[in-house]
Design a protein around this ligand. Structure first.
Ligand code: ATP
Ligand code: MG
Length: 431
């Protein structure tokens, strides 16, 4: 590569630039606020984990582990590492490693980038972002329902519409075993209709075949024996409790007996929130119970349940629905006619910022500060509600002119710099 050749981002890994990044911060703020109200606590785990965590946790015969992981060897010590394709396995590892369940269950959430080597397209990227919530150490169906209500509340908070909640139950290992035999027998009878992935998985992980995205296999999958029909009393009761809580809270759901999710770690309740407005990338959030994962990664057996949403899909769907996120504009644009006054001006701006006012300062070109006209033009373009004019005369009086930029008449007044604390609040958008 020549030294001057332009370097660009990796395919499927996006820069999130302003003003778009304001939408991200807005969403993150809504999430934090809501998690607080459900008493879920923030968790931050590494982006790189031992490859074995995902192989064991998600299952060897899954799309993610078979073909989507960014795995590499640590050049320095030969360790097998992977950029996390999801965060549940890492959260569980951390919970076990730090014996976090010692005193009882934990409600946790996270936000951050995940990495999967997929074919980039709308709503499907190689670096994407998830928000996830996990409740570990709780066996009761009321916690499954709590997590679904949490997600549903988020849609309400951010104004997301037309997402359908689909539910299924994957039962328990014993019930899975009985279903598995029936499923294999059915698939063997239809072996000619199976694609390459399905044939490979016929005996290693037949349930995974039901999660296929291959349109040619949909009819076959739709007619396959349903796991739900193999559930015993306890599993059905658990599922009924979840549904009763959702019903009592006016959360609409539909039953999707084909819903199996992409990872092996799920049991009992599984769910997805789906939309028809994002083409084939219709799942915006998915989750379920994973009572055996903690043990799988070496912890003392404990039940758990959680979900993850795709932030890109949520934001794209919001945009599709025409939702407006308030644009970020400074409260104040500082006009500085004379570069010589910058030390005094900046000291005043620091006081405004300390008082919570958002301040953008005019900066010098190589030639000086520029004409008043050009400074006002910049002030206008910034979207600020007020221009603060730090003219030499005002400064000599220990004052500044505050000019409204938005009321058409350009009302202005002179304010004392010694008394910033008494008038700073009137400049704040929220103040
Ligand atoms: P899909 O069926 O669309 O591949 P998935 O079942 O692989 O999704 P999960 O592993 O359940 O997805 O992840 C939870 C959520 O993360 C998904 O519902 C989706 O919103 C989002 N997501 C998953 N993969 C991607 C990706 N490559 N790009 C953007 N968002 C993604
Ligand atoms: Mg996927």
């Amino acid at each position: 590569m020549s030294k001057t050749q332009k370097l660009v981002a990796i395919k499927g890994m996006n820069d999130i630039l302003p003003p778009e990044s304001a939408r991200w911060e807005w969403l993150e703020e809504k999430v934090r606020n809501l998690m607080e109200r459900f008493a879920y606590r923030n968790m931050r785990t590494p982006i790189v984990e031992p490859t074995a965590l995902f192989v064991r946790g998600l299952g060897e015969v899954t799309d993610i582990v078979e073909k989507e992981m960014y795995s590499f060897e640590d050049k320095l010590n030969g360790e097998h590492l992977t950029l996390r394709p999801e965060a549940t396995a890492g959260v569980v590892r951390a919970v076990v490693e730090h014996t976090m369940l010692y005193e009882g269950g934990k409600r946790l959430y996270y936000m951050g980038p995940m990495f999967r080597h997929e074919k980039p397209q709308r709503g499907r990227y190689r670096q994407f972002h998830q928000v996830g919530a996990e409740a570990l150490g709780f066996p009761g169906a009321e916690v499954d329902a709590e997590l679904i209500l949490l997600a549903n509340s988020l849609w309400e908070e951010i104004g997301l519409q037309n997402v359908e909640l689909q539910l299924n139950s994957l039962g328990q290992p014993e019930e899975r075993k009985a279903h598995r035999s029936a499923l294999i027998a059915y698939l063997e009878q239809n072996v000619d209709a199976l694609d390459e992935d399905a044939r490979r998985r016929l005996y290693s992980n037949p349930l995974r075949i039901l999660d296929t995205k291959n349109p040619a296999m949909q009819d076959l999958v739709n007619a396959a024996p349903r796991l739900f029909d193999f559930l015993g009393e306890a599993s059905l009761k658990h599922f009924d409790t979840v549904k009763a809580i959702l019903d009592a809270n006016g959360v609409k759901w539909t039953m999707n007996p084909r819903l199996v999710r992409g990872m092996d770690y799920y049991n009992l309740t599984v769910f997805e929130f789906v939309t028809t407005q994002l083409g084939s990338q219709g799942t915006i959030c998915g989750g379920g119970r994973y009572d055996y994962l903690i043990e799988e990664v070496g912890g003392k057996p404990a039940p758990a349940v959680g979900w993850a949403l795709g932030a890109e899909r949520v934001l794209e769907l919001l945009k599709e629905q025409g939702s407006q996120v308030p644009a970020l504009v400074p409260d104040v644009y500082a006009i500085v006619p004379d570069a010589g006054s910058l030390p005094q001006v900046i000291a005043a701006l620091q006081k405004l910022r300390a008082a919570g006012v958002s301040v953008q300062m005019h900066t010098s070109s190589g030639e000086g500060m520029g004409s008043m006209k050009s400074q006002f033009k910049k002030a206008d373009a910034s979207g600020a509600r007020f221009a603060l004019v730090f003219g030499a005369d005002e400064l000599a009086r220990g004052a500044v002119t505050v000019k409204s930029m938005r009321d058409g008449e350009g009302r202005q007044s002179e304010q004392s710099l010694d008394a910033i604390g008494t008038w700073a609040g009137t400049l704040k958008i929220s103040g």
